[in-house]
Design a protein around this ligand. Structure first.
Ligand SMILES: [Zn+2]
Length: 296
């Protein structure tokens, strides 16, 4: 009788989680957790806050960091959320201060470009996607709808001409795909790697995504530009650049729910990230460590 119940339970477990072998689904499977670092590789000087926060102060300007986020897995995996930029035209056009390439910035953590196994692009804007080719061995992850739109339809309306995408950045991503090193994320709430889940709805771009990361403190949300500044969260104000402000606010609410255990949502361009968390190197803070007592 006991045996039958057990078999039934195993079958139920297998049916409920078709992609996970029953042997791994039990409580003995140890979840992968990640240490998280924010890495600054430059500063955009005097950026108008009104371009970041809907209804923001028109006179206020802020030196905003450009950054990438490093996830170091308990299984040894090294993942980047966004890849920054390095092409000369962006650095000069945007008068970037204290610039170093994202690869050089990440190396301050002792991570060489070849060690990065995965790069998750939250959206295709140049300041987040241009640097993917600095990490030649990585698999690049992007929402399927985002990739398809910005390599396709976005260029077919002469008034939009790319809809904010850069021709060189998109060309590099197309090549990355043709080299067999790009993977699509198929919509919302997709766990693409153990302990790393992508979510849609932020609507910074056509199909921008944000990332939920399993840590020793619970899930931490890497919002990227779906939340530009902490001010978006505290004022419950949509980002100034969104295709759908209502959707963006809903996404912010959902981020709070998803990260309720850790209470940590990391915005895309807030200088305060570097004072809120513990500095562990030049332009680097540790957002979550590998032990519950560390960091913050
Ligand atoms: Zn950005």
């Amino acid at each position: 009788m006991m045996k039958r119940v057990l078999v039934g339970l195993v079958l139920l477990a297998a049916l409920g989680r078709p992609t996970v072998p029953a042997a791994q689904a039990g409580p003995t499977a140890s979840p992968v957790t990640y240490e998280i670092f924010a890495v600054r590789f430059g500063v955009l000087p005097q950026f108008p806050v009104a371009n970041l926060v809907a209804g923001g102060d028109k006179d206020r300007k802020l030196d905003i960091p450009v950054m990438v986020w490093v996830l170091k897995g308990s299984d040894g995996r090294v993942v980047l959320v966004d890849s920054g930029f390095y092409e000369e035209k962006f650095v000069t056009r945007w008068k970037v201060q204290n610039f170093t390439t994202p690869a050089a910035a990440v190396s301050r953590l002792g991570i060489q470009p070849d060690q990065v196994s995965d790069v998750i692009l939250t959206h295709m804007h140049w300041d987040h996607a241009d640097g993917a080719d600095l990490f030649p061995k990585a698999t690049v992850w992007i929402q399927k709808d985002e990739y398809q739109y910005y390599t396709g339809e976005a260029w077919q309306d002469p008034k939009r001409r790319g809809g904010g995408a850069d021709v060189d950045v998109m060309s590099k991503l197309v090549k990355r795909n043709m080299a067999g090193q790009l993977r699509f994320v198929a919509g919302d709430a997709q766990e693409i790697l153990p302990g790393i889940t992508c979510y849609t709805g932020g609507k910074h771009t056509f199909a921008s995504q944000y990332v939920g990361v399993n840590t020793v403190k619970g899930v931490v949300i890497m919002a990227s530009d779906n939340v530009y500044l902490y001010q978006n969260l505290t004022m419950h104000a949509a980002i100034a650049q969104t295709l759908d402000a209502a959707s963006n606010l809903q996404a912010q609410d959902r981020m709070r729910t998803l990260s309720s255990a850790s209470g940590i949502i990391v915005p895309g361009h807030d200088p305060e990230v570097f004072s809120r968390f513990r500095s562990v190197g030049e332009g680097i803070v540790q957002i979550v460590g590998d032990r519950p007592s560390s960091a913050r």
